[in-house]
Design a protein around this ligand. Sequence first.
Ligand code: SF4
Length: 221
Amino acid sequence: MPHKRKSFEEVQEILNILEETYPEARCELNHENPFQLLIATILSAQTTDKKVNQVTPDLFSKYPTPEDFLQMTQWELEEKIREIGLYRSKAANILKTCRILVEEYHSQVPSEREALMKLPGVGRKTANVVLSNAFGIPAIAVDTHVFRVSNRLGLARSDQVAETEEQLMETIPKEQWSSAHHLLIFHGRRICVARNPKCGLCPLKQYCQYYAEAKNLSGNR
Ligand code: SF4
């Protein structure tokens, strides 16, 4: 079935339905300031937010600043985050990032994408999460959920993360980028899950490209 671009009205209807379904949608990584969010987001790669939230309270209360983190050896930090996937490389990246924050940014987290993306362990997705959640700068971080849900719905059509982000930025008005990011993640975690999406429960069926294609296929059998 050819990909039909969603109209402005359809996009708004989809976002309205998601807002009604998930009024509590927000960043699920617990944090109190940009530094905590940056570290939590680095930790969250290929790990659940729940797992990160189990580890960070103790870490942030003992080591609240980049200088405090630099008091730890890499091995000590590894020990504190070892329940988290890829903990060795994450510990190394976090300590390198803390050193740059101390030496180049007066221990503050920069609020420019370019500067953020130069920090070890920080890619475009992490930078977008920090920009939108810590600094209120519109951005759509495309993680695995946003990628899957937006392509299933037809808000984007691409097998590339960067292209999906570009298409979402074209499709969704800028002032809605950050909220759309949270709404798509909430939907992807609860209903539009990776394996066997719960389409029967989904309030977006009538707008969904994937659902229409699946229905078409089963109807043609
Ligand atoms: S109808 Fe199914 S595939 Fe489409 S958004 Fe809903 S859960 Fe996902």
